[in-house]
Design a protein around this ligand. Structure first.
Ligand code: PLP
Length: 376
C-alpha cells in the first residue's frame, strides 16, 4: 500500500492518506519553549533511566488530578513513547507460552510485542454489533491459569470505541477475581473524547495491584515525534521495567522529558481546540460514510479513527477483477479513488476499514467524494 501510494505520488497523482495515526496539529508553543530552555540550560546529559523525578512527580499529579488514581512518583516509569512502555511491560511479565488476551480489533503492535516475548495471543472477538467492546463474560471465559496480561485500549485504536464506567467496573470485577492476571490499560487517547468523560481504570481500587496504566504525550499534546510515554505500575513491576529499559535504551530524551513536564503541568484544557476540530470531522465522516451503500459506521466516542464495516462491498467485480477482501478493497480505493486507508485485517478483524480523520475537513471532503465515485 505504502509503495503503491508513493509510486502514484511520483506519477504526479494527488494521493490522500487517511492512514495516519498522529494529530495534524503542531506541538503547543509553551511546550516547545520548555524544550528550548532545557537545551539552553544544558539539560542534555543521560537522564535517570525511569525519568527525571520532577517529571514523574508531574505525572503522578496528573494521574491524581485528572484520573483520580494515586501513585507514588517511583511507580512511574518514563519511556521513549507509550510503545516502549508497552514492550517493557510485556518483556517484564510474559514468559514463553504465557497467554496475553487481546480483544480484536487490536492495535497492530500488541500481538507483535507478545510474539517478541514468545507469548501466546488469545483473541476475544468483538464487532460492530457489540460496539467493538468485550463483555465481562467473554473475559471470564478467556482467562486461564496461563493468562498473564489483558491489554485494552479505550478509546480504541482502531475503532474509537470507549468503555462506559459500568462496563469498566464489570471488567475490573473479573480481573480482581484472578490475582495472577495483570490488566494493561492503554489510555493514550485519553484527551481525545467527544462528550462522554474519559474514565481511567485507575479509579477501581480493587485492581490497583494488578493494573498498569500506559499513557503519554503523543496523541493528546500532538507530540508524536518527541517520543515520550509513561506507565504507572505496582512498585515491583516498575522496578523490573526500569531494569529492562536501562539495558535497552536508558532514559528517554532529556529534552523531551522537560517538554513533557510542561505539557502535564498545562493539562488537557490547553489542547481542547484540537478535540473540537476532531469532533467536527468525525461528525462529517460518520454521516458521509453511512450514506455510501454497503458501508456501516458507528459513531466513535474517542480517538481520531472511524471503522466502517464494508462486508457488503466485497465480492463485487471491477473491470474483471473481483474485490474479495478488505485488503483488496483498500488496494482498489488506493488505485481508483487515490485514497490510502488501512484494512481491518491489520487489526485482526477482516471486513472493516480504518479511516483516520487527523486531516483537515476540506481534504476529508475530497477523499469522501473520491471514495463515493469509486464505489459507485
Ligand atoms: N497505543 C496505541 C493504542 C496507539 O495507537 C499508539 C500509537 O499509534 C501507541 C500506543 C504508541 O504511542 P507512542 O507514539 O507514544 O509510542
Amino acid at each position: 500500500m505504502t509503495r503503491i501510494a508513493r509510486e502514484l505520488k511520483e506519477e504526479g497523482k494527488d494521493v490522500i492518506s487517511l492512514s495516519i495515526g498522529e494529530p495534524d496539529f503542531n506541538t503547543p508553543e509553551p511546550i516547545k519553549a520548555a524544550a528550548k530552555l532545557a537545551m539552553d540550560n544544558n539539560i542534555t546529559k543521560y537522564p535517570p533511566v525511569n525519568g527525571f523525578p520532577a517529571l514523574r512527580k508531574a505525572v503522578a499529579n496528573k494521574l491524581l488530578k485528572e484520573n483520580g488514581a494515586e501513585y507514588h512518583p517511583d511507580q512511574i516509569v518514563v519511556s521513549t513513547g507509550a510503545k516502549q512502555s508497552l514492550i517493557n511491560i510485556v518483556l517484564s511479565i510474559v514468559n514463553p507460552g504465557d497467554e496475553v488476551i487481546l480483544p480484536t480489533p487490536y492495535w497492530v503492535s500488541y500481538p507483535e510485542m507478545v510474539h517478541v516475548a514468545d507469548g501466546k495471543v488469545v483473541e476475544i472477538p468483538t464487532d460492530i454489533h457489540s460496539g467493538f467492546k468485550v463483555s465481562a463474560e467473554q473475559l471470564q471465559l478467556a482467562i486461564t491459569p496461563k493468562t498473564k496480561l489483558i491489554i485494552i485500549s479505550s478509546p480504541s485504536n482502531p475503532t474509537g470505541a470507549m468503555y462506559t464506567p459500568e462496563e469498566m467496573a464489570s471488567i475490573a470485577a473479573v480481573v480482581a477475581q484472578h490475582p495472577h492476571v495483570c490488566l494493561v490499560s492503554d489510555e493514550i487517547y485519553e484527551y481525545i473524547t467527544y462528550g462522554k468523560p474519559f474514565v481511567s481504570f485507575g479509579t477501581f481500587p480493587a485492581i490497583k495491584d494488578q493494573l498498569v496504566i500506559v499513557n503519554g504525550v503523543s496523541k493528546g499534546f500532538a507530540m508524536t515525534g518527541w517520543r515520550l510515554g509513561f506507565c504507572a505500575a505496582p512498585m515491583a513491576l516498575a522496578k523490573a521495567m526500569t531494569k529492562i529499559q536501562g539495558q535497552f535504551t536508558s532514559g528517554a530524551s532529556s529534552i523531551s522529558q522537560m517538554a513533557a513536564q510542561k505539557a502535564f503541568e498545562m493539562g488537557k484544557e490547553e489542547v481542547r481546540f484540537m478535540v473540537d476540530k476532531f469532533q467536527e470531522r468525525r461528525d462529517f465522516l460518520v454521516a458521509a460514510l453511512n450514506e455510501i451503500p454497503g458501508m456501516k459506521c458507528l459513531v466513535p466516542d474517542g480517538a481520531f479513527y472511524v471503522y466502517p464495516n464494508v462486508e457488503d462491498l466485497l465480492g463485487k467485480t471491477y473491470t474483471g477483477d473481483v474485490v474479495n477482501t478488505d485488503e483488496e478493497l483498500c488496494m482498489y480505493l488506493l488505485k481508483v479513488a487515490l485514497v490510502a486507508l488501512v484494512p481491518g485485517s491489520a487489526f485482526g478483524t477482516p471486513g472493516y476499514l480504518r479511516l483516520s480523520y487527523a486531516t483537515d475537513l476540506d481534504t476529508l471532503k475530497i477523499a469522501i467524494q473520491n471514495i463515493k465515485s469509486a464505489l459507485a
